[in-house]
Design a binder for this molecule. Structure first.
Ligand code: PRT
Ligand code: ZN
Length: 210
């Protein structure tokens, strides 16, 4: 039996469940239960907050997980990634108020930037020789400039309509992300065999979708 952690409810949930189902794995999903066992494959599914998934897989509480690369890298466990899954594509971008002047990332020197991704953003700014004051907030990052908390933000973007609706302009792509399969690095021989079968099926599903 192998344990896979997926997001309980959010943007990754439906596509994660669909992928497992398309692999021919049957289970009864329920919105109030925290785990389910598949009926025709040695798999147990755990439903968690996405932010908790990398740590649980690192610690071996779960053997596998499906999570966004943004959350995985921010948590500091990029090495757990074993396969990109091709859904939940998005980018982590810097944005400034539409009326603000902006030529390059150097313009952010000494500025206040609100984000939920201080680790990824901090690394990016350091690579570009920029020192800024990062304000870590867990949600509603887009409103930070209009309430005077920051001159810029760094947040997840997909269509760009949230930025637009908040009077912001996307100026730099900091990180590109999609959902990935992650695995604990010390799986038993038995679990590694189950993982191999699961990956084989996932790859077949992805080929069939193309
Ligand atoms: O409750 P839990 O902690 O599990 O969920 P969560 O609220 O932290 O995450 P959730 O469900 O919002 O997102 C899960 C993952 O989906 C993220 O970590 C990303 O990998 C991926 N993803 C893909 C997105 C988006 N697209 C996305 N558009 N995550 C968030 N957004 C948000 C973004 O923060 C912004 O507020 O949507 C808004 C922007 O969307 P556009 O289309 O207006 O640009
Ligand atoms: Zn989350």
């Amino acid at each position: 039996m192998i344990r896979l952690a997926i997001q309980k409810s959010g943007r990754l949930s439906e596509d994660s469940l669909n992928l497992i189902r398309e692999c021919g794995i049957n289970f009864v999903a329920s919105s109030y239960k925290l785990k389910t066992e598949a009926t025709n494959f040695p798999l147990e599914i755990l439903y968690l907050r996405d932010d908790d998934i990398p740590g649980y897989v690192q610690d071996g509480v779960a053997d596998l997980g499906i999570v966004g690369q943004n959350v995985l890298v921010e948590a500091g466990y990029p090495a757990l990634e074993i396969e990109a899954l091709g859904f939940s594509k998005c980018r982590l971008s810097l944005a400034v108020p539409r009326a603000a002047g902006y030529d390059s990332v150097a313009d952010l020197q000494g500025k206040n930037i609100a984000t939920s991704y201080p680790a990824i953003l901090g690394k990016y700014l350091a690579e570009h020789g920029v020192q800024a004051n990062l304000h870590t907030i867990s949600g509603s990052v887009e409103i930070a400039p209009s309430i005077g908390l920051a001159e810029a933000i760094c947040d997840i973007v997909s269509s760009g309509s949230t930025l637009l609706g908040n009077g912001l302009r996307e100026v730099e792509t900091v990180f590109r992300s999609e959902a990935v399969l992650i695995a604990n690095q010390n799986l038993s021989e038995e679990k590694r065999e189950i993982l191999e079968q699961l990956q084989f099926r996932m790859q077949a599903v992805r080929r069939a979708r193309r």
